[in-house]
Design a protein around this ligand. Sequence first.
Ligand code: GLN
Length: 512
Amino acid sequence: MSLIKLSAAELSEKLASGEVSSVEVTKAHLDRIAAVDGDIHAFLHINAKALETAAEVDAKRAAGETLGELAGVPIAIKDVLATLEMPSTAGSKILEGWIPPYDATVVARLRAANLIPLGKTNMDEFAMGSSTEHSAYGPTHNPWDLDRIPGGSGGGSAAAVAAFEAPIALGSDTGGSIRQPAAVTGSVGVKPTYGSVSRYGAIALASSLDQVGPVSRTVLDSALVHDIIGGHDPRDSTSLKDAWPSFAAAARAGAKAESLKGLRIGVVKELDAPGFQSGVTQRFHEALDLLAANGAEIIEVSAPNFEYAVAAYYLILPAEASSNLAKFDSVRFGLRVNPPGGGTVEDVMAATRGVGFGPEVKRRIILGTYALSAGYYDEYYGSAQKVRTLIQRDFNAAFSQVDVLVSPAAPTTAFKLGEKLNDPLAMYINDITTIPANLAGVPGMGLPIGLAPEDGLPVGIQIMAPQRADDRLYTLGATLERLLEEKWGHTLLSQAPDLAPGEMFAATEGAV
Ligand code: GLN
């Protein structure tokens, strides 16, 4: 099979046995990017040193050095993460060309584990959005249908993985930006427990919600990446000091599990909503039936305050974002625009921010500044924080009854480019299923469960677990992945349209 179709775990075996070199694997992915990224636009920047780094890893292996499991495997990195030697723009004009003087901790850990950074992936500006259309550098296209969005804000990472441009990628998830793009591109994505993966060097959107996590085509691959990037970081003040189990071991155990007997799976009533696309609901219930047929107990649970999650999020997020984005002041980073005829420092700042930020970023800065202003603080920000506590209590109550919670990962399949661009509320509501987990800091996984019958596009399930129980996502995720593959006789992404330069093939008929 062609190298680009292999998972990171499969590549790792071939690299370890000497069957292929990291240079060959990296070159295969760079060639794929050259062939199809003109159509997809998953990447904003390709790492000019990728092949050189791959050769270094090959040399280490040849010298008999003991290397980690994913050594020599290429990985794509969301442009929200600071990287040495590569621009880090967070999809914004205001950071165009900015090359950070340091690596984000997660990137440093990838390099230390000898993975090969392939490049930086496209995203909604400062991770604000659900479609990657808010990128200042143009949208990313969904590999399943180039006229459709790849989800957001991490559409670049998800599309890169789904289009076989990279076996694995890093994303960031503040309200769903890993799980929702995974759902609409047929890939796997995990938002870890808040504080379990370092945010140092992740350009902040909303610090109390942001979490970095893996994107991949298999559950095991996400687990392998999570094992590398996770764990305590003294440079992140919210970093947990816990020792974490091996998530790869959890995924491997799940893939082998004979039965799900004894597992209590809660279906969140409020997230199994009548307004969702019918094919999404249908595939979700088929997945539940499959889990039940294999011994899991399916229990309906209610989380009454989830109804207010999106509203609370769109006060808390803009409030934190307006503060985090104050540092883009034309003095310290990136762009500087001098107003015609000169002016004060404030004039330069205003001109720079006026040109450097896109409309969605401006909208949220204004919203957040307003929500935090004297006289409104208690009414808006204070109320939203109270709702956040109620949502956390809903999770606690639910997890006293069940081991994991599930819902569709997104209310619809990928929508058309442009369809929701000028309707912020329609865009915001896309994250109705994913936002509660961010507000409560619990981990969540998006996992493909089939194609919607009405449009042939991928549908995802979301699995959520209590804080610190990320291993449950990997165990159950790997079991479900195996059960689905046994049922279909193939993987979901093997049904993805083949992309060739300037040429698109329709998805295989009668798929999944
Ligand atoms: N779509 C959500 C938003 O626009 C989530 C973004 C994210 O997770 N970074 O805020």
